[in-house]
Ligand binder design. Structure first.
Ligand SMILES: NC(=O)C1=CN([C@@H]2O[C@H](COP(=O)(O)OP(=O)(O)OC[C@H]3O[C@@H](n4cnc5c(N)ncnc54)[C@H](O)[C@@H]3O)[C@@H](O)[C@H]2O)C=CC1
Ligand SMILES: N[C@@H](CC=O)C(=O)O
Ligand code: NA
Length: 816
């Protein structure tokens, strides 16, 4: 059983409620029993407060009430079947009437007591929970609304009531034991006292409701659904590189959120912590994101700190003077005074000379704190045993947090050196003896820079986001996106590489989204939101976004994208491609591209140009950089032709076999490129150039497989027709070879600076005799590998192996 709590943003609009419905639906489909807790529609609680404040002042509040009504009615009209709408409107209207009566009472009495305020605020949750229960009836007939004032009993501290757990637990257990088949939608935040007057649970109240219910029922999990991807390493508005945390301990969650992480307010989760119930922070708008798990048996982080949190504005007060030295009880007096007067002290440091105490408070408390101290220590101040109390404003707190910090030396060194290197002055420092947190007070002006510097210092090498722009989403491109989608989470987790697809284009449409394109739905996004494709426009958008770690991936079979590679390198963007055209055009262009990439410190990876995913370019480069000399390369590098000769047996016609190769995704988009030898020629040329030879395509001696009528076919369709009528020609080739106990092989050779590709009949003694499927084979004879060659063999065509090779190149960019 799980408790799902949806915050204001998840019920704040029609779209949000649709997303929420999707989440509930998938939980129901998994057969999980769930209880749903909801907050008021986003922004509504503040609006209710403002309306009530207007009412006290006698300001007309009718417009605000109408706006509140309108937001709910819009949802009802959009998401509830028309025949059921009237009933829902009737109940909502009763709520709005009650709300109006309360507001009128406030105006008449000119008083807004905490009790009345709680009563007013409770309508926010009541309306949203009631409305949601009617929306969800479309998924589950037995869906009911439950007003939590019936379950959660508190004292009468209006505004921040304390829960009576004995009564509450019994009520919760009783209700849910008797409503096992019901999908219950419970109001968050609200409760009632023993006289059944509405109370509220204070900050983070709806989270608290979820924790109270989850703990009372021993839930397996409590999910807090919000509008961000869980807890992050730092505030993403300030730190672009901040990333989502997958796990946290309860203590870490406490420490992180104490200093500013607003996603949850952990004190409210204590009932769940005590029962060791895992809490997961999830994103309603990105439900596939796994979320941040907060649990007692979390796995230790692989980083020394878990996150960095901050408080935007604090003021510090400095109390110092000889009167404090050795005076037992001085700080006791000081802090009990502040606590008695409800001044919240955020951080304290005391120098070891005991000569001064510095503490931080919210800016709005600073003047009160100063005057309280001045009154309390009037005598000491008059006798100059204390120096005048000083307030310093416009400061911020930055805190690094993590359980791994405990007893790990060097952490504060790293913190201070990163601040120092970036010119950030540290005004005060505090480290709790728990060692889970080191906090520094700095000037507010430096906060963003400091957060980024500290984040870089602790996390920079840890996670790299690649911003990827993909042109070509056909056979290979589509498979690449599927592989990235499926392996994304593991890459983030195990390799700390986060691949984000920012741009997609095919020959018709293109779409760019700086926040990343959802790979679950990219085809619809491209079709529906995409604009007309233009490579120039695509490249310009990519350049102007100016994202770090940017990669352009060319999965097309046309020369068009390669015209842009040079300017892409010049914009410090790497290129990964399976398209062989750039590297097999004029030698000058090949050389220019390599040197431009090098000059700009970016990568140009094209492993799949030769042998698809097989490590051929890499192997060749490794041989050369380690000082070996290539004497000879012999290779079969056409997956299509290999497949054809491995399967051209029995009754099957040559035409059939070529068709099969195309259907299996082995051929080029135009199969004449394979059978005409151009594809193989390109690969041999790329190999030759990577071995240091400045050859052009005209230097390659290319033996033919096809008879002239096939080779000259003017279109793909005509080509297939010619294959059909030429079957005897291919049969004869095969039979002649078979008569000598041989098989046909189309073999490329590079020797003495010359490249040739020829059709050969080879016997069983030949190392290329035994091949199957779309196998490629390449044998390197080098100075070091001369008695026995170095051989790489395996499938050399097909979407899966090619996309995997492109993917690996992409990860290689990320790993650098
Ligand atoms: N099939 C295989 O086993 C291997 C293929 N390759 C290479 O992979 C590349 C892609 O092959 P396939 O996926 O089979 O081709 P495909 O024809 O299925 O897909 C090509 C994609 O490029 C897009 N495109 C074409 N012109 C474009 C333009 N000007 N702007 C934007 N997009 C454009 C098309 O719309 C399509 O999405 C080829 O260069 C091929 O040589 C490399 C190694 C192995
Ligand atoms: N069409 C090519 C695919 C790999 O580059 C082949 O058949 O080898
Ligand atoms: Na390869």
């Amino acid at each position: 059983m799980k408790v799902l709590k949806f915050g204001g943003t998840s019920v704040g609009s029609v779209e949000a409620l649709q997303a929420l419905t999707g989440v509930v639906k998938s939980n129901l489909e998994q057969g999980e029993r769930i209880i749903v807790v909801v907050s008021a529609m986003g922004g509504l609680t503040n609006l209710l407060i403002k309306t009530a404040e207007d009412a006290v002042k006698g300001i007309d509040f009718s417009r605000s009430l109408m706006a509140i009504e309108a937001r709910h009615f819009e949802v009802v009209k959009s998401l509830i079947p028309i025949q059921q709408q009237n009933k829902v409107f009737t109940t909502l209207k009763i709520y709005f009437q009650e709300l109006e009566d309360l507001m009128q009472g406030v105006t008449a009495l000119k008083e807004l007591s905490p009790k009345t305020k709680d009563a007013i605020l409770s309508y926010g949750e009541r309306c949203s929970a009631f409305m949601l229960s009617r929306i969800l009836r479309t998924l589950h007939e037995n869906t009911e609304f439950l007003d939590a004032t019936q379950l959660i009993k508190t004292d009468s501290s209006f505004g921040n009531a304390h829960v009576d757990f004995d009564q509450t637990n019994l009520l919760i257990q009783d209700y849910f034991n008797n409503h096992r088949d019901e999908l219950t939608i419970v109001t968050g935040f609200i409760a009632s006292d023993n006289q059944n007057r509405t109370t509220t649970l204070g900050r983070g109240g709806s989270d608290y409701t979820a924790a109270i219910i989850g703990a009372a029922l021993n839930a397996n999990q409590i999910e807090i659904w919000t509008d961000v991807n869980g807890m992050m390493t730092a505030d993403p508005r300030r730190v672009k590189k901040a990333f989502s945390l997958d796990e946290l301990s309860y203590t870490e969650a406490m420490e992180l959120s104490f200093f500013g992480a607003k996603v949850i307010y952990p004190p409210t989760m204590v009932p769940a912590f005590l029962k060791k119930i895992p809490i997961v922070i999830k994103n309603t708008f990105n439900p596939h994101f796994e979320g941040t798990f907060i649990r007692h048996d979390n796995k230790p982080s692989n980083t020394v700190i878990r996150g960095i949190s901050s408080v935007d504005y604090v003021s510090i007060l400095n109390v110092q003077g000889s009167g404090m030295v050795g005076k037992a009880g001085f700080s006791g007096r000081l802090f009990s005074l502040l606590s008695r007067e409800q001044v919240n002290v955020i951080l304290i440091t005391q120098s070891s000379s005991e000569h001064s105490i510095t503490f931080a408070v919210a800016p709005e408390d600073a003047i009160l704190a100063k005057s309280l101290i001045e009154q309390e220590f009037e005598l000491e101040l008059a006798a100059s045993k204390l120096e005048p109390i000083r307030i310093e404003n416009d400061l911020s707190i930055l805190a690094i947090v993590g359980e791994n910090m405990k007893q790990t030396p060097g952490i504060s060194g790293k913190l201070f050196s990163s601040l120092g290197r970036n010119g950030v002055n540290v005004v005060a420092i505090a480290q709790g003896s728990s060692e889970y947190n080191i906090s520094v007070i700095i000037n507010h002006d430096h906060l963003s820079k400091a957060l980024n510097a500290v984040h870089d210092a602790f996390f920079a090498e840890l996670q790299k986001t690649l911003h990827v722009f993909v042109v070509g989403v056909g056979n290979i491109g589509k498979e690449l996106l599927t592989q990235i989608k499926n392996h994304h989470a593991s890459l983030v987790k195990d390799n700390l590489i986060n691949i984000k697809i920012i741009g997609l284009s095919n020959s018709r449409k293109m779409f760019v989204d700086a926040d990343g394109i959802d790979l679950e739905n990219w085809e619809n996004i491209l079709n529906e939101k995409g604009e007309q494709a233009s490579l120039e426009g695509f490249v310009n958008q990519m350049k102007s976004l100016d994202l770090p770690n940017c990669v352009f991936v060319d999965n097309t079979a046309t020369p068009a994208p390669s015209q842009f590679y040079k300017e892409i390198f010049e914009s410090n963007i790497s290129v990964v491609t399976c398209n062989k055209i750039a590297n097999s055009g004029a030698y000058k262009q090949f050389e220019l591209l390599k040197t431009t990439a090098q000059k700009h410190g970016v990568d140009f990876f094209y492993e799949t140009n030769v042998g698809a995913g097989l490590p051929i370019i890499k192997t060749l480069n490794d041989l050369i950089i380690s000082g070996d000399k290539i004497l000879k390369i012999e290779a079969i590098l056409s997956g299509t032709i290999s497949f054809i000769f491995n399967n051209f047996k029995g009754d099957v016609t040559f035409y059939d076999i070529v068709k099969q190769a195309q259907e299996k995704g082995y051929t080029e988009p135009d199969p004449r490129d394979d059978l005409g030898g151009i594809d193989f020629m390109r690969k041999m040329l790329i190999l030759a150039r990577n071995s240091g030879l400045a050859l052009e395509s005209s230097d390659v001696e290319l033996g033919a497989i096809l008879p002239e009528n096939c080779a000259k076919a003017p279109s793909v369709d005509a080509f297939y027709e010619e294959l059909k009528v030429s079957n005897d020609y291919f049969e004869k080739l095969k039979n002649d070879a078979a008569a000598e106990g041989k098989v046909l092989r189309y073999i490329g050779k590079l020797e003495d600076g010359k490249v040739s590709i020829n059709l050969q009949a080879v016997g069983s003694e030949h190392p290329f005799y035994s091949l199957s499927g779309s196998d490629n084979i390449i044998a390197f004879t080098t100075e070091r590998y001369c008695e026995t060659q170095m051989v790489v063999k395996g499938p050399g065509a097909g979407a899966a192996v090619t996309a995997a090779g492109v993917f690996a190149d992409l990860v290689k960019v990320g790993a650098e």
